[in-house]
Design a protein around this ligand. Structure first.
Ligand code: PAZ
Length: 369
């Protein structure tokens, strides 16, 4: 059982780790330009009194070499983030979409994935022009008009990252820029961020040579650690450091007045509620959304600070595209198919309502002071 002083010590270590992180891992070359874009965007929407959501999306990479040939990645395509961003925009938010480069984007996601190639929606009209197939006209016209409106109002800012290092620098920089929004800022952390990484001081410069004839000699001084990825005999050994707990810093230091929502992904059903609650209690933010890898498009678990746990589910009968009224459809059976209703269309309005309640509470607390 950890003691109170043990907890305090752990807290302190976590903060120090995170502060050290930015002293010892390089600032991305284009960070200042991205932060300037965000500042202008936030200022505009703050002036208009609009809420701003920072939506993170897609997976982060962990490079093994400075001149990167090999890296570790994860499965996320950015579906959750890109879909949610559309519903935040629909709910009147301005959205900063912090996404993995080349992952799915709001609006274009409907036509850009390998299963949704835009060419499959097109045809020749017989008069030499290429047009949208008749059966897709209605849906595409709707997506197009929502996209055009967002462009016209400048309510969507796209900021890409690739590595976990870029992600962390950006998240901190953007959180600082969002501070003046106060309670109107919201963080929706759907990106799949690596828990492990190669710190700059343990990263090799060049491509790791697989052939024994070209192995670099270790040549390390006393007490120095090996490069995180190196060859031993014929084996590639990868020894990663933990990524410091940035959520704690976000909640306590970088965005103390914003609403913060994190996601928790699990594969073992028995771990989902336990780990989601653990994360909420550890970081003391507003909401953890638990989801399982195989069922994440059909159901999620909302875990809140008041002790509440609530499943949000695609309604029975809408669980599979093209099948209506099939109320008994087992969620697991539908794994390979798409639900007829996007679960984010339920998640995001729920969050917007929770955000309204929080803003009202914070405002009435302020007036009582
Ligand atoms: O990008 P996607 O839609 O395929 O997956 C979304 C998700 C499962 C990555 C997201 O819902 C999530 O749980 N993100 C947090 C993952 C984690 O760090 O536990």
């Amino acid at each position: 059982m950890p003691t109170a002083s043990g907890h305090a010590h752990g807290e302190l270590r976590r903060e120090t780790d995170m502060l050290d992180y930015f002293d010892t891992n390089p600032k991305p070359a284009n960070l200042d330009r991205q932060i300037t874009l965000a500042r202008t965007f936030i200022e505009q929407h703050a002036k208009d009194g609009r809420r701003v959501a920072l939506v993170t999306s897609g997976g982060t990479t962990v490079p093994l070499e400075n001149q990167t040939v090999r890296f570790i990645d994860n499965f996320s395509a950015g579906t959750r983030g890109a879909t949610s961003a559309e519903y935040f925009l629909q709910a009147g938010y301005a959205v900063i979409f912090l996404h993995r480069q080349f992952s799915l984007l709001p609006y274009s996601r409907h036509y850009s994935h390998s299963t949704n190639c835009f060419l499959d929606f097109m045809t020749h009209n017989g008069a030499g022009a290429v047009v949208v197939e008749h059966e897709y006209q209605h849906q595409m016209a709707e997506v197009l008009s929502r996209y055009r409106e967002v462009k016209r109002n400048n309510t969507l800012l796209l900021l890409p990252f690739v590595t976990v290092n870029e992600y962390l620098w950006l998240l901190r920089g953007l959180a600082m820029q969002m501070q003046p929004l106060g309670a109107k800022g919201l963080f929706y952390l759907a990106a799949a961020v690596s828990d492990f990484f190669v710190p700059a001081e343990r990263m090799v410069e060049h491509k790791i040579q697989s052939s024994e004839d070209f192995h670099e000699k270790a040549g390390h001084g006393d007490g120095e650690r090996q490069p995180a990825a190196h060859m031993e005999d014929k084996r590639l050994v990868i020894d990663l450091d933990p990524v410091p707990k940035f959520l704690k810093m976000l909640v306590d230091r970088w965005a103390p007045r914003s609403m913060i929502i994190s996601f928790k992904l699990e594969t073992d059903p028995a771990m989902l509620a336990v780990k989601s609650r653990y994360a909420l209690e550890k970081y003391s933010h507003h909401l953890v959304i638990g989801n399982k890898l195989n069922t994440r498009k059909w159901e999620v678990l909302f875990v809140t600070a008041d002790g509440g746990e609530r499943w949000i589910r695609v309604p029975a009968g809408r669980r599979t595209k093209g099948i209506t009224g099939a109320s008994g459809d087992a969620v697991e059976d539908a794994e390979q198919r798409e639900p007829a209703v996007e679960i984010e269309s339920i998640i995001v309005p729920e969050i917007a309502a929770m955000h309204t309640a929080l803003i009202n509470k914070w405002e009435s607390d302020e007036t009582r002071k």
